[in-house]
Design a protein around this ligand. Structure first.
Ligand SMILES: Nc1ncnc2c1ncn2[C@@H]1O[C@H](COP(=O)(O)OP(=O)(O)OP(=O)(O)O)[C@@H](O)[C@H]1O
Ligand SMILES: O=P(O)(O)OC[C@H]1O[C@](O)(CO)[C@@H](O)[C@@H]1O
Ligand SMILES: [Mg+2]
Length: 334
């Protein structure tokens, strides 16, 4: 069980805002609920910002009452909606956003999102002085400084449910399937999904490869007689179409493989119990930190403890992938 921070309210903040930004993730709703109710219980007003930074810069802001977050703890997606907002990368626009927050009397902002969203939050504080607290809300689990992110566990289980079904067909028809999971810049989903589904091979952007060597390795594994069917988990990576390119290479080399792109199914659905508890604890902790005068931090999990990590670290450092998982999957498949 996580222990919540025991800090007293030391600021004069009497209104805060909350938003979700970047790709949605299952667990954003319980996080919004927790932030809202934790603040209201301390006599602090709460404002919801629609569509992340896109809503902030046009003042799409409304007051959240306790009833607005009723019955959302179990719901996927985000009641506040989410977006990617190119305009927020402009410092002039960030200054305009700060003015809008001040006009509403908002003394602090809680941003639930991925590494990009938290970078935006850091810059907003750094340039305008608006206190910000980040919450790690992304299925990618690619945020430096936290072992876990809200939505990762649900996405992992959604992918596994799909892959277990694909494996039934793979076994029946003695076929190989290349299954693409999300992760444009990181292989955290792929590596954990790969181990958990018993994949024959895991392909991630953090580990260099060429299509030719992958195809060659697979051909060798086949030659060693490692079963007539198989699942290869591929992280989508930065260039769209990787999984199809790999299938084509296999075909050139005389092998055949089916392709399944899991896509946005991984971002939807009811959050797991794990993600609901994580979101509820981190949401309440974010409010505690903000009202105690902390700013420019993300509230995350390190070694099973709730921890505050400077947003600057998140912006400057990349979370390393544990290559042992990729090797373990291969070892366990032998
Ligand atoms: N360097 C930056 N400066 C200012 N704002 C940024 C910056 N990077 C990202 N943002 C803001 O955060 C938004 C979301 O970022 P991004 O698309 O990287 O997703 P994310 O938050 O990392 O979530 P995920 O990767 O889970 O989809 C961007 O559209 C932009 O509004
Ligand atoms: O289709 P969209 O919304 O751009 O999202 C795709 C990206 O978002 C993520 O799913 C994270 O939310 C990445 O893994 C993926 O590359
Ligand atoms: Mg990201």
């Amino acid at each position: 069980m996580y222990h919540l921070p025991q800090l007293k309210k030391t600021t004069q903040i009497n209104a805060i805002a909350v938003m979700t930004s970047g790709g949605d993730s299952p667990g954003m709703n319980p996080a919004i609920r927790s932030v809202t109710r934790a603040a209201l219980n301390q006599g602090v007003r709460v404002f919801g910002i629609n569509r992340g930074y896109s809503g902030l810069i046009i003042g799409d802001i409304f007051e959240l009452k306790s009833r607005n977050v009723t019955n959302i703890v179990q719901r996927g997606g985000t009641i506040l909606k989410s977006d990617r907002c190119e305009a927020f990368k402009d410092p002039v626009v960030r200054h305009q956003a700060a003015e809008i927050l001040k006009e509403h009397g908002i003394g602090g902002l809680i941003v639930i999102g991925g590494d990009g969203s938290l970078t935006g939050a850091h810059l907003l504080f750094h340039e305008t002085g608006i206190p910000v607290i980040g919450l790690p809300g992304t299925i990618d689990n690619d945020i430096y400084g936290t072992d876990d992110t809200i939505g990762f566990d649900t996405a992992l289980n959604t992918a596994l449910e799909a892959i277990d079904k694909i494996r039934d067909t793979a076994i029946s028809h003695e076929r190989i399937f290349l299954v693409e999971v999300m992760g444009r810049n990181s292989g955290h989903i792929a590596s954990q999904v790969g181990v958990a589904c018993g994949a024959e091979m895991i392909i991630v952007p953090e580990i260099d490869f060429t299509l030719e060597t992958l195809s060659f390795t697979l051909a060798n594994q086949r030659a060693e007689g490692r079963g007539s069917s198989g699942i290869i988990v591929v992280a989508e990576g930065p260039r769209p179409g990787l999984t199809y390119r790999l299938a084509r290479q296999l075909e050139i080399d005389g092998q055949t493989a089916g392709v399944c792109i899991l896509g946005h199914i991984q971002r939807g659905g009811q959050p797991t119990g794990h993600d609901r508890v994580l979101a509820s604890c981190l949401g309440a902790a974010a409010v505690t930190y903000l009202l105690a005068g902390e700013t420019d931090i993300m509230v995350g999990i390190k070694n099973s403890k709730i921890t505050a990590i400077p947003l600057l670290d998140i912006m400057e450092q990349k979370k390393p992938l544990n290559p042992e998982l990729v090797q373990l999957a291969q070892l366990l498949h032998k």
